[in-house]
Design a binder for this molecule. Structure first.
Ligand code: ADP
Ligand code: MG
Length: 598
């Protein structure tokens, strides 16, 4: 700063700017708006809350929350948009016994600072006939008017982040944002079974709960009633707290903790401490890296919980946290011990055939060839044959990207059975048996057929070889020569009953053994042509069948894994070109049923 400059370099930011900056903490993404507004509705004593999201192809356009709660007077409806305006606390001491979700008075001011908000409200049971509508844009109140309105409050948020381009740009895809909204609402619904929630996305019902005194009803509404049979109740009371809810039978587990939901005093929280404590309750009942599903609620003396850790209030600080987490483990452990974990007999569900392998996974772009086999499962070890490696490399696609619409789940190889079947496990814990030959045949077939006719890429043999045939076969083969030529075979007549093979299709790789070609030709000349299958198709099927690794070939784990990876590129991975299944799946449920585990 130059000396003598009388203008001060420091100035107090105007309120609109302050609000926008503050908004960054509270309103991170569309889901934060939903969270704050729904929490306001709950604090207002709503019995039902409706959430409407509208979106374009790319982004969320509007969020509307309608509640039948207390409503606001005309004066409060305006005041509510002022930063730090709250009806929930008066002084700092009140924080020690907070019974509401909000208390900082920041949400409405923050949301309005970065969007266009229309709030419509009418006081409940106050004899008022009209309500109030307030329109706020970028933090500035534009309009206040009397209006007809039902009792309760409706808040419409549009043009979110219109004046904070950086934040807007930071938003993930529409679907990601909607997924966040779902996740937040699931937590809120579970913490408040006494309130009916309804989420609509572009008028389509997404998530619905009813007012219910049974926690299980709420869980079933959100996650489906199938899950219920895998849950056992938890009830544990200590002088200063009460733990209740449900946790899963050890036979039902997940890879992650995303379905461990904990609410403290009806506030859904994320706490690694408590999640860990719940997992600890299972001890060795669960395999390493497996987690239960749990829906637990804690009622703790409000004096022991500090919710004022972060503006979003999703993190809490617990006094006596060791005691609390120990109690949590204890509660889960007791529930598991007290419960009869030997299940009733159920009828095994049908084992799926190929067509039913319908899980879609789009995330896996790579696969780890070096990962060790899952522990506890013995793997047959083999020395990989060079030949198999070549055959597999032949069908390796240059791109590492699995198509977005891959129909085959991500699988991990367990081992190989009899040199014929690959045993693999899916990420949902199912078992898949894969016919290695059929799968490779399918891959090869699709690659050859994808190539346009003529663009066959033929490879010359260094040493041409002679193929002897009977006279009759020679006649059939002669007719096939042009079609074979289009697929990359160069065969010349060599005397009366023989052919000289000069070149073969590139997909067949380096020819180790000329008998493959002999077999192909045999297939072609011996098999009576089927009318529905044209010559090109016949030839390609033969190439695929003979070019693919054979049943009986001992494969290394890496080779198996490579094959499984390749099949994920296939358009129709579930059958070989002859229509036989390539894989069979036993889902976890099937296995559990067969072992009568559930
Ligand atoms: P906080 O919830 O922390 O008090 P907010 O900015 O979210 O702060 O809300 C400010 C105030 O506006 C609340 O304290 C409450 O009095 C009022 N309010 C907000 N939403 C509603 C609603 N849906 N129904 C009734 N009153 C509401
Ligand atoms: Mg609030």
């Amino acid at each position: 700063m130059k000396s003598g400059n009388t203008v001060s370099a420091i100035h107090i930011l105007d309120q609109a700017t302050v609000n926008q900056i503050a908004a960054g903490e509270v309103v991170e993404r569309p889901a934060s708006v939903v969270k704050e507004l729904v929490e306001n509705a709950i604090d207002a004593g709503a019995r039902s809350v409706r959430i409407d999201i509208t979106s374009s192809l790319k982004e969320i356009m509007s969020i509307r929350i309608i509640d039948d709660g207390s409503g606001m007077s005309p004066a409060d409806a305006v005041l509510a948009f002022t930063p730090h305006a709250t009806s929930k606390i008066v002084r700092i001491d009140d924080l020690h016994h907070i019974h509401t979700l909000g208390f900082r008075g920041e949400a409405l001011a923050s949301i309005a600072a970065v969007s266009r908000v229309t709030l419509t409200t009418r006081l409940r049971n106050a004899g008022e006939v009209v309500g109030t509508r307030v329109l706020v844009e970028g933090g500035h109140i534009q309009e206040t008017e009397e209006t007809g309105a039902p009792e309760g409050t409706s808040v419409l948020v549009e043009d979110l982040f219109y004046n904070t381009p950086a934040r807007k740009k930071f938003q993930k895809s529409k679907n990601t944002e909607i997924a966040h909204i779902h996740a937040i609402l699931e937590g809120i619904c579970l913490a408040h079974p006494e309130i009916a929630f309804r989420l609509y996305s572009n008028k389509n019902e997404q998530l619905v709960t009813d007012r219910s005194s049974r926690f299980l009803d709420t869980i079933a509404r959100i996650y489906g009633s199938d899950l219920i049979k895998d849950l056992i109740p938890v009830n544990h009371t200590l002088p200063f707290m009460k733990i209740s809810g449900f946790t899963s039978r050890p036979s039902y587990s997940r890879r992650d903790t995303s379905r461990i939901m904990v609410a403290i005093n009806q506030r859904y929280v994320s706490s690694t401490l408590l999640t860990g404590a719940i997992r600890m309750g299972y001890g060795t009942l669960l395999a390493k890296e497996r987690f239960p599903v749990a829906f637990l609620t804690l009622e703790i003396d409000t004096g022991l919980v500090d919710v004022n850790v972060h503006p979003t209030k999703k993190l809490v600080r617990l006094s006596r946290e060791n005691e609390i987490s120990q109690a949590m483990s204890e509660a889960v452990k007791t529930a598991l011990l007290c419960h009869d974990l030997i299940p009733d007999v159920i009828t095994p569900s049908q084992i799926y055939l190929g067509e039913s392998v319908k899980e879609v996974s789009v995330t896996d772009m790579s696969y780890d060839l070096t990962a060790p086999a899952p522990s506890g499962i013995s793997e047959t070890l083999h020395t990989g044959t060079v030949m198999t490696d070549r055959q597999l490399r032949q069908t390796e696609l240059p791109t590492g990207m699995v198509p977005i619409d891959a129909k085959v789940p991500i699988m991990e190889v367990i081992g190989q059975l009899g040199g014929i079947y690959i045993l693999a496990t899916t990420d949902t814990g199912g078992l898949v048996l894969i016919d290695q030959h059929a799968v490779h045949e399918r891959i090869l077939y699709e690659q050859v057929i994808a190539r346009t006719e003529g663009d066959h890429r033929s490879q010359e043999l260094i040493v041409p070889f002679i193929l002897h045939r009977t006279l009759q076969e020679t006649a059939i083969l002669r007719d096939l020569l042009p079609a074979l030529g289009r697929e990359g075979f160069v065969l010349e007549e060599f005397g009366r009953d023989a052919f000289l093979v000069r070149a073969i299709p590139v997909v067949l790789g380096k020819l180790e053994d000329t008998s493959i070609i002999d077999e192909m030709v045999s297939d072609l000349v011996s098999e009576a042509p089927v009318r529905s299958v044209n010559t090109r198709e016949r030839i390609i099927r033969v190439i695929a069948c003979r070019g693919a690794i054979k049943a009986g070939t001992v494969c290394t784990r890496e080779q198996c894994q490579r094959l499984i990876h390749q099949i994920r590129y296939a358009k129709n991975p579930f059958t070989c070109p002859h229509g036989r299944p390539t894989m069979l799946r036993f889902s976890r449920t099937d296995l559990d049923a067969l072992f009568k585990r559930t």
